[in-house]
Design a binder for this molecule. Structure first.
Ligand code: DX5
Ligand code: ZN
Length: 214
């Protein structure tokens, strides 16, 4: 499934953007929350997640790039997040937070930047509903895909629970998406590859075709 990252959408026309993505046939929306502290970029938080929740019944995949994510988990679930992913680099032991997200009724995911050793979360793989393999350092759209993500996807596909989802995020485009799908990614996040096009439908369909043909 190709998930659009709303980072580059037109926030002055949020409703129109969400409708256009629904019409394009996307299965969920990926929302990038950045706090200007965990990453050197600042995006948006709870009010936008709530606003998107009111606009659509599509599942909301919330990618938290914030320090101390434990402080805000409950609020993001209340705002309408169906899936919450926090960064391994932002917490000590991820386990309690994964448990907390599950208790609150959302799916729980861990994200890892390309430079973070996978071993850091070795003890938690069984507790993850999803693992997000970053193929760029978290923080900005439009960066180039780091192929280290492909090895990680292949390794995690073999290691994770069979029902766990594997997601890849960063530099996913027509050139890289096929390799990500072949390496085992279920959810393929795309920002610029969709939002730099005027018509989202053909862009989403082309990316989906390239992913499923693997
Ligand atoms: C980066 C974000 C991504 C980003 C993807 O930190 O997590 O979701 O928006 O954008 P592209 O596809 O342009 O790399
Ligand atoms: Zn993201």
């Amino acid at each position: 499934m190709v998930l659009p990252s709303l980072l580059m959408c037109d926030f002055g026309n949020l409703e129109r953007e969400v409708r256009a993505l629904e019409d394009a046939g996307v299965a969920a929306l990926h929302l990038d929350v950045m706090d200007g502290c965990f990453v050197p970029n600042f995006t948006y938080g709870l009010p936008i997640v709530e606003a998107v929740r009111r606009l659509t019944t599509l599942p909301l995949d919330v990618h938290l790039m914030i320090v101390q994510p434990e402080r805000y988990i409950e609020s993001f679930v209340r705002a309408g997040a169906d899936l919450i992913t926090f960064h391994a680099e932002a917490v000590g032991d991820p386990q309690p937070l994964l448990n907390r997200i599950s208790e609150l009724g959302a799916a729980a995911g861990i994200a890892l930047n390309p430079a973070t050793p996978l071993e850091q979360v070795d003890a938690c793989w069984d507790r993850c509903d999803l693992v997000l393999v970053m193929s760029v350092p978290a923080g900005f759209g439009g960066q180039s895909f780091d192929p280290v993500a492909l090895e990680r996807l292949r390794y995690l596909r073999k290691t994770l629970r069979h029902d766990a989802l594997l997601e890849v995020d960063g530099g996913v485009n027509e050139t890289t998406i096929g390799r990500c799908a072949a390496a085992g990614a279920d959810l393929l996040v795309a920002g610029s590859a969709i939002f730099r096009q005027t018509d989202y439908g053909p862009a989403v369909r082309k990316l989906t075709d390239l992913a499923v043909s693997q």
